[in-house]
Design a binder for this molecule. Structure first.
Ligand code: C5P
Length: 404
C-alpha cells in the first residue's frame, strides 16, 4: 500500500445519528495507518460516547474548548497543528452553517477556523434539512471556500423517510479520504478507461459474455481520479458501484464500447483498455427468443473491432495502456501483443489467476523491459500500474503530468 503511516486526521463528530458510522470510520482509518484524533461536539457525545472513540483511536478525545488537560490552554491550535486534514463526519446542517459563516463557539468549530490543513465534511441529515435552500447555500459557500464535501447519499433515513441526506458509509468515506492523500501525478490530464466484460446478443434473452468482474478497470479509474485526472469510465455490464467523481458511460456490446470510446478518446491523454472485450459477436442476432429443437445449432460469429489497437493507431494517439490475460507463455505473448498493438505499456497476467478474483499478480512490459508487480489486491496493483504509467507519460510528454 501507499504509505499513509505518517498521516494525521482530526476526526470531528457533530450531533447526528450517523455518529455511529464515525466509529467504524475511525477504525478503518487507523487500520490503514492513519493516526486519528477525535474531537466531538457536546451534541455528538449524546449519540456515541467519548470513551468509544477513545478506545477506537487510542487517544484521548476532546470535547471542550476549556479542557484544562491541554497544556497551554490552546486546544484549538494544538489539536489541528500537524494535522494533514480535518474531517467532520457526521456534519450536521447546523455545523455546516457554522463553518460556512466562520462561527467558532465550541472546540470543533474553533479548530476548523484556526486550521492550516484541508477540511472535509460528510453531511448527514434529514432529507428536508438537506434540501433546504439555507443548507444548499451553506454547502455552496463551503465548496467555494475549498472545502471538500463527500456525500451525502440517498436512502432510508433514521426518521423513517427516504431521500438525500444519509452520510456515506464508513468504508466509502475511508476510501475517499485515503484517495485525497494520493499524489496528484495526473492533474490536468483526461484518462479514459474501459472495464468489465461485453455482452454480445444471440437472441432476445441469450448472449455471449465472459467472467470479467470489472474490478481491475474500476480500480484503475479510481486511482487515476485520486491521482488528479479527469476520468471517463466506459463500462460493460458489471455489478460494481462506480467510484464517485468519475464520468461513467455504460455499454453492453463491443460495438457500443467502440463508439463510446471513439466519442471520448479524441481529447484524452491516457487510454487504458482493461475491458475483456468479446473477440467475436453473433453475425445475425435474433430479436425473438430462438425456439429449441433437437438439432445441432451453429451460431455464426464475426470478429469484433480491436478497440485498443484502433485507439493506438490513431494519427495522434493518447498514451495507450493495454492488458493481456494469457493462459501460458506470459512473457512471450504479452510482449508480442504490446508490439503488435504499438503500446508503450502493457500489463499482463495469467487469465486463470486474475479474472474475477480480488487480487492479481501483474507483469508490466514497456520499452525498458519487464517489471513484475508481486501479488496484491487489485486497488494496490492499480496504484502501482498508474504510478509507473505517470512516470512514463511524464518522460515522453515533458511538462504535462508530474514525475512520481
Ligand atoms: O488481443 P487481446 O484481446 O488479448 O488484447 C487484450 C487487450 O486489448 C486489452 O487491453 C483489451 O481491453 C483490448 N481489447 C480491445 N478490443 C478488443 C479486444 C481487446 O480493446 N476487441
Amino acid at each position: 500500500m501507499t504509505e499513509h503511516r505518517q498521516k494525521r486526521i482530526v476526526l470531528g463528530l457533530t450531533g447526528g445519528i450517523a455518529a455511529f458510522k464515525a466509529c467504524e470510520l475511525a477504525r478503518r482509518l487507523q487500520q490503514q495507518g492513519v493516526a486519528v484524533q477525535a474531537v466531538m461536539t457536546e451534541a455528538a457525545t449524546r449519540f456515541v460516547g467519548a470513551a468509544t472513540m477513545q478506545a477506537l483511536t487510542g487517544r484521548p478525545v476532546f470535547t471542550d474548548l476549556w479542557d484544562p488537560s491541554i497544556e497551554n490552554g490552546m486546544a484549538h491550535i494544538d489539536l489541528s497543528r500537524g494535522a494533514d486534514m480535518i474531517v467532520i463526519a457526521p456534519a450536521t446542517a447546523d455545523f455546516l452553517g457554522k463553518l460556512a459563516h466562520g462561527l467558532a463557539d465550541d472546540l470543533l468549530s474553533t479548530l476548523c477556523l484556526a486550521r492550516e490543513c484541508p477540511l472535509v465534511v460528510a453531511p448527514a441529515m434529514n432529507r428536508q434539512m438537506w434540501e433546504n435552500p439555507a443548507t444548499q447555500r451553506n454547502v455552496a459557500l463551503l465548496r467555494a471556500d475549498g472545502v471538500t464535501v463527500l456525500g451525502p447519499d440517498s436512502g432510508s433515513q433514521a426518521c423513517g423517510e427516504s431521500g438525500m441526506g444519509r452520510m456515506l458509509e464508513a468504508d466509502t468515506l475511508a476510501d475517499e479520504l485515503l484517495g485525497l492523500f494520493e499524489p496528484k501525478w495526473l492533474a490536468g490530464l483526461h484518462v479514459v478507461v474501459t472495464a468489465g466484460p461485453t455482452f454480445e446478443k444471440i437472441d432476445a434473452v441469450r448472449g455471449i459474455t465472459n467472467r470479467s468482474s470489472g474490478r481491475m478497470g474500476y480500480a484503475i479509474a479510481r486511482i487515476a481520479r485520486d491521482f488528479g485526472a479527469r476520468v471517463t469510465l466506459v463500462s460493460g455490464p458489471t455489478g460494481l458501484e462506480p467510484p464517485p467523481g468519475i464520468a461513467v458511460e455504460s455499454v453492453r456490446s463491443a460495438a457500443d464500447m467502440l463508439s463510446a470510446v471513439e466519442k471520448h478518446v479524441a481529447n484524452c491523454h491516457i487510454f487504458v483498455g482493461v475491458a475483456a472485450v468479446a473477440d467475436y459477436t453473433p453475425l445475425n442476432p435474433q430479436d425473438q427468443k430462438m425456439k429449441k429443437d433437437a438439432r445441432i445449432l451453429s451460431v455464426e460469429l464475426a470478429p469484433t473491432v480491436d478497440i485498443l489497437a484502433n485507439v493506438a493507431s490513431r494519427a495522434d494517439p493518447p498514451f495507450c495502456i493495454g492488458f493481456a490475460a494469457e493462459s501460458e507463455n506470459l512473457d512471450e505473448y504479452a510482449e508480442a501483443k504490446r508490439r503488435r498493438k504499438h503500446l508503450p505499456l502493457l500489463a499482463a497476467n495469467l487469465a486463470q489467476d486474475a479474472i474475477g478474483s480480488e487480487e492479481s499478480e501483474l507483469v508490466l512490459f514497456d520499452d525498458s523491459g519487464r517489471h513484475p508487480l508481486p501479488r496484491a489486491p487489485k486497488l494496490e496493483q492499480a496504484r502501482r500500474l498508474m504510478e509507473h504509467a505517470a512516470r512514463l507519460y511524464a518522460a515522453t510528454n515533458g511538462q504535462r503530468g508530474a514525475t512520481p
